[in-house]
Design a protein around this ligand. Sequence first.
Ligand code: ATP
Ligand code: MG
Length: 631
Amino acid sequence: MTGFADFHRRSLEDREGFWKEQSQLIGWHKPPVQICDYSNPPFTRWFVGGQTNLCHNAVDRHLLTRPDQPALIFVSTETGVERTYTFHELHREVQRAAAALLALGVKRGDRVLIYMPMIAEAAFAMLACARIGAIHSVVFGGFASVSLASRIEDATPKAIVSADAGSRGGKVMPYKPLLDEAIRLSKHKPESVLLVDRGLAPMERVAGRDHDWAESVARQDGVQVPCVWLESTDISYTIYTSGTTGLPKGVQRDVGGYTVALAASMKHIFLGEPGETFFSTSDIGWVVGHSYIVYGPLIAGMATIMYEGVPIRPDAGIWWSLVEKYKVSGMFSAPTAVRVLKKHDPAFLAKYDLSSLKALFLAGEPLDEPTARWISDGLGVPIIDNYWQTESGWPILTIANGVEKKPSKFGSPGVPMYGYDVKIVHENTGEELTGANEKGVVVIEGPTPPGFMQTVWGDDARFVRTYWQTVPGKLVYSTFDWGIRDADGYYYILGRTDDVINVAGHRLGTREIEESISSHSGVAEVAVVGVADQLKGQVAMAFVVPRDSAAMVNTASRLKLEGEIMKVVDEQLGAVARPSRVHLVHALPKTRSGKLLRRAIQAVAEGRDAGDLTTIEDPSALQQIKDLMAP
Ligand code: ATP
Ligand code: MG
């Protein structure tokens, strides 16, 4: 067995040979003629001349070997529905959905916008688009009209698939009125809307435009819709970034490269074997949902759990009960979800038989050490942090235990994955920093690996302008994250390049200060932002959610906690990093995908307008900070 270092080296030095081998993990209608075309940098084209189909690889390819094995396991703790679809049944559902879309006039290359709750039909719709070569654009169901309208305008869909309502924590969230309003606001109008009626909320239908999902697919029962063989470099889908740092970017992905990237990652990183079950707790509206709820596990011949509900209802053991019930072998979640569980009894983690579980993968946000330890001790399985982006489609930094078992280090997502030529460069000069623990910007030298975004949807110039820069001798993609690499080659992400605080000439990553504060046992969550200061340029200000909310009402205990937190920072990082103020709050403002909205907190703390808040989860959290800042 080759070690990971060799594996990684080969992926860059013998790019053609390495990826040709990986490309054999999937089914091709026509094999590629050229593996990697980087003749027009920074645009990378993978598996040129090859023809394949995502839906073929996710569904049809398994019909011979495992037709009666579970493929999609839909669990809703909101409606009490729990249903398993075998590969055979999934094939039937996807064909019916594809036929219904064709009947609405949707053709290869047309966009279909999917605005849906976490229900099985959402996966059917995505796979149906992939089957007929329509480009799906899934918009997270938690978004309201304005966010949705801007995405409708950008994607210009021929059809929209939606539902009457979603449900969250037992509360029905009507979708249809928001969709109608979004279409009204948008300059682009879809020709048709296909609506799943879950019977949760009344729906008004627009005659001629709106169609019922159940009726439409029933009419197509038994109709055969073969997979359309697409060029590897055709577009499979577009998806928007989380919008943490500003306006979301429409990420565009290919067909062949993405399929190969997912097949390879299921094997090398996620340890997935055909016949096993994967459970990703994300949402189809995010890239994790695309890659590791829908496509990745199915391509690997695994069953995938699609879960509608919150992690703590009926109780904080619900996820682990599903691991036991469906013998989940790989689970994927986010630090923000673990922090939600951490507010509950750790006994829930030990209540179920988790012997099937090989590892818990976490991604999306820095994984602080106390959170990692809490979940790792509670579950007794390896916790594997993944660092990646909507843009990359699959992990950039992690540990590929499927290639070589390597220890994880707390606080580090791991090492660069095969195919990624990761570098740390000086923020101003772009000079590569090769020494251990030198802090710089994490960049990827082109060509980017299979699965990586092709471009910004409809705007090549924005792709080049936003992400790419020429540094001495090379063209690199910027992640806009700070990082360091230690002497063993492990990377540490220190925060976003926008999130650096400059205190009297010292540059501090918000992440470092947050990490230090969260090591205090009284701290559940923390956000640190830099606030303009006449004397020092900037000072750090901390917003802390205490473990025990009693600390907030009692002045003495509040002051005690604030003092202790400052002391922790003094001891660990030095007085220069000490926050000028520590504010205790009930909750922190986050995006719908669970990321801290530091830029909004910072704006409010500086008395500015909070800017674009279309992706905010809980506006009251920001309001509390506004109130605190009011003179
Ligand atoms: P936008 O690009 O629109 O501002 P976003 O960057 O939050 O939004 P995503 O693509 O969802 O959109 O998030 C990717 C970012 O999340 C990374 O660039 C990094 O800042 C952060 N991130 C993801 N995983 C990790 C991780 N394991 N450790 C630290 N940070 C992470
Ligand atoms: Mg980003």
